[in-house]
Design a protein around this ligand. Sequence first.
Ligand code: DQA
Length: 151
Amino acid sequence: MTPHRLLILNGPNLNMLGVREKGIYGTATLQTIEASCQEKAKALGVVVAFRQSNHEGELVTWIQQAMGQQDFIIINPAAYTHTSVAIRDALLAVGLPVIEVHLSNIHRREPFRHHSYVSDIAVGVIAGFGQQGYLAAMDLACHHLATLHSS
Ligand code: DQA
């Protein structure tokens, strides 16, 4: 059987992890998180493409390109979570299952972070567990894909 393909997308300012607001986002860099995800991918027997962009259009393009190339999208849209109809529409257009991840618990933060344009079209949302959220999302994505393929 061909291995499941997971696309992990990261939005703006996540390239600043390790430097930016460490009290909220922790000290792990995005490179560290990617390394953990690639290690986990080996353990799960899946293929992971891990990307970050500060540009909404680039994220939209990557989502569009995932059609037929990826089986699942794990996305931390960062600030675009709260603003981007374009990212929501791209996710709806490709129709792949999605898990939304946030390092921080957005519901414990400012009211403008409580609304997400992605949550209601996602399989589920993980928020508040730092980099562990990405690893949990990978487990859950594999579980979801296994359930889809067995039914
Ligand atoms: C974030 C939460 C967003 O509100 C914020 O704009 C981010 C990161 C998180 O991972 O906790 O940049 O998505």
